[in-house]
Design a protein around this ligand. Structure first.
Ligand code: MF3
Ligand code: CO
Ligand code: CO
Length: 321
């Protein structure tokens, strides 16, 4: 067997998985970091009343303002900068002018190019109070990606990811989408290796992780059937065959000597162990103006220090009144 430098070897298939050197890894880290930063920048706007095309616009502007490139825009003629997949849409939902509504779940899938390197990640957001069915699905999907990530060990096998995800999803009564997978990325948006989120019955790849590999993990988990259908009008939107709910989370992972690194960790998003059960409550303070209009002075999660201090001040005033 001929050894090609910088390329991992598989015993049976002759596919080429790029291995990134130290300098290239820094490029990948910067791309992942920016992609996560974009997710955090959009976060506050993902709420009822906002149209997905507005989120797309914001993502485009934020990315360009920082001197980077939205990878989706024009990719295989995709018309927008991000994918926005609502409810029964599994992936590749095209942003539109329909406003998000209380009770929706929406996945924002962002991919950016930073100095030639790709970062790719997605999160499913709950819009206001959602059904228990939706909340449980999002919770299980979030836990499944982290179980998949925990199954990654240097020199371990790629199939460990799908096994962990599928086992958990099935235990919860859900199904795992098979037609769409995670993928290698780097200078290219999609490259080897393919990353299935289930265990293919036969022909499973025998890829062994090696330092320098970079790929995504992005399980799509459905309430009903795992089967999907492609919208034949836009040729992009993927829905569940039975129109049941679907959720997804995605991270970009780099394998290093010291273990796997999640390159697309956000600062403000849900962290491992997060519970979607309790709806975040906000404390807000409005100032009424003489013209009858009001201005929001303050809107903070009820657990924040600022909110607690403000609530205390106001309850003290009420006590005195
Ligand atoms: N970001 C998606 C992924 O995780 C791919 C979107 S391709 C597009 O692989 F063309 F629809 F943007
Ligand atoms: Co993506
Ligand atoms: Co991806």
């Amino acid at each position: 067997m001929k050894i090609v430098p910088g390329v991992a070897h598989r015993a049976k298939e002759k596919t080429k998985i790029p291995l990134h050197n130290a300098e290239e890894q820094e490029g990948l880290r910067a791309a992942g970091r920016f992609n996560a930063q974009l997710m955090d920048a959009l976060r506050a706007f993902v709420k009822a009343g906002v149209a997905t095309i507005e989120l797309d616009r914001m993502a485009y502007e934020y990315t360009m303002d920082h001197g980077h490139t939205p990878a989706c825009l024009g990719y295989k003629n995709y018309p927008n900068s991000i994918c926005t997949s609502v409810n029964e849409v599994v992936c590749h939902g095209i942003p539109n002018r329909i406003a998000l509504r209380e009770g929706d779940i929406v996945n924002l899938d962002l991919t950016t190019i930073v100095n030639g390197w790709h970062g790719d990640s997605s999160e499913t957001f709950l819009i206001g109070q959602v059904s228990n069915e939706a909340r449980k699905l999002v919770q299980a999907t979030f836990e499944s990606i982290h179980l998949g990530l925990e199954a990654i060990h240097v020199h371990g096998r790629l199939t460990d990811i799908g096994r962990a995800i599928e086992r958990f999803a099935r235990m919860q009564g859900y199904s795992v989408v098979q037609e769409y997978q995670g993928h290698g990325l780097g200078r290219n948006f999609h490259q080897e290796p393919g990353v299935p989120h289930y265990v293919p019955p036969n022909g499973a790849s025998n890829v062994v992780f090696e330092p320098g590999m970079c790929f995504t993990v992005e399980p799509m988990i459905n309430v009903g059937t795992w089967r999907t259908m492609l919208d034949n009008r836009d040729r992009w939107t993927v829905r569940t065959m039975d129109l049941s709910l679907s959720a997804q989370f995605e991270h970009t992972i780099l394998i290093t000597e010291s273990g796997p690194e999640i390159l697309t960790r956000t600062n403000a998003g849900p962290q491992p162990g997060h519970k979607f059960w309790v709806q975040q409550r906000y404390v807000s303070l409005e100032k009424c103006r003489s013209d009858g209009k009001s201005r929001t002075l303050f809107n903070e999660p009820s657990g924040s220090l600022l909110a607690i201090r403000t609530m205390k001040r106001w309850s003290l005033r009420l006590d005195h009144a």
